[in-house]
Design a protein around this ligand. Structure first.
Ligand SMILES: [Zn+2]
Length: 316
């Protein structure tokens, strides 16, 4: 049926095809004139083509609009994602900058603490030296390490600064250690427990055995024979025994140039080579050697020279 219908519309080939192509429908009824309806198939076909073209244009247009819309949506989504990324990066950047600032501040306060420590150590050294002027050694250099802080470059300079601080602490620690050791080694306080009277001070005095004057190189404490004699600082016994005018005496090397001698003892409680502690009983006082009565003679040496022990007795 369809094939048959198509045959009606097919344009004939050959000569007939060069003429306009019509479809004629004749409607005839009995008793009436016949009517002929004529349809120009070429026009119909052209109309169909035009319609098809219009439809194609519409379809392409619609598709293009839809496609553009979708593309736009995607572009917007991409832009949104990018904006989010940028915000995240900016946030991170801010955090980093904050961290950098914090780091710089930490570094600065650490540096200040180290400087405080340095000042403390140097102060301790100067204070003790002021107390004992006989120990007049060359002063260690003072003052801080000047570290310029640039927050923009803090990441780069942190390493360098830390190694500087590290170096500073590394040099400070032995200095502090030496200072503390020196503090511990310095013979201070009384060589006897009792509140002993001083019968002879350090310096020039009249000769207790006769005419003229003599230099007394220590301090004499009035003490009954048998009074315990104490080491005034830790150290090593370098002399223990009888020696001419000193009688029975004990000599202790404390290090850092200090040496103490305890003379005219009745008894010795240590021998050469012994390590003694501060306050340890090293012997008993007496009247041996060149002595005019029971007493303890106490001499202090610093770098081989006698010093006045008076200043050292009062410190504890
Ligand atoms: Zn004396």
């Amino acid at each position: 049926m369809l094939l048959r219908l198509r045959d009606y519309f097919r344009k004939p080939t050959g000569r007939a095809g060069q003429h306009p192509h019509y479809l004629e429908i004749v409607v005839a009824r009995t008793g009436h004139a016949a009517h002929t309806f004529r349809i120009n198939l070429d026009t119909l076909k052209q109309g169909g083509n035009v319609l098809g073209a219009v439809f194609l244009v519409w379809f392409v247009g619609t598709f293009y609009v839809a496609y553009s819309h979708i593309s736009n949506m995607e572009a917007i989504a991409r832009a949104d994602a990018q904006a989010e990324k940028i915000a995240l990066l900016e946030n991170n950047n801010e955090k980093l900058s904050e961290e950098k600032q914090n780091m710089g501040q930490h570094l600065f306060s650490l540096q200040q603490r180290v400087e405080q420590l340095a000042a403390g150590v140097h102060g301790l050294v100067s204070r003790t030296r002021a107390k004992f002027p006989v120990e007049n050694q060359e002063d260690k250099p003072q003052g801080g390490v000047a570290i310029p802080l640039d927050l923009n470059n803090v990441g780069q300079i942190v390493d360098a600064e830390f190694s500087l601080l590290d170096e500073r602490v590394t040099t400070l620690l032995p200095e502090l250690e030496t200072t503390l050791e020196r503090e511990i080694s310095r013979p201070v306080g009384m060589p006897v427990k009792i509140q002993a009277d001083v019968s002879s001070t350090y310096g020039i005095r009249s000769n207790p055995f006769g005419e003229g004057h003599e230099f007394h190189n220590g301090i004499d404490f009035v003490a009954d024979s048998g009074t315990p004699v104490l080491a005034t600082a830790p150290g090593r016994v370098v002399a223990a025994g009888y020696e001419g005018p000193n009688g029975n005496r004990v000599g202790i090397d404390h290090g850092f140039g200090y040496r103490s001698v305890y003379a005219h003892l009745s008894r010795l409680r240590v021998k050469v080579g012994d390590e003694v502690q501060k306050g340890q009983v090293i012997g008993l006082s007496g009247n041996t050697g060149r002595s005019s009565g029971p007493h303890l003679h106490y001499t202090l040496y610093y770098n081989g020279q006698t010093v006045n022990p008076e200043r050292y007795l009062k410190v504890n």
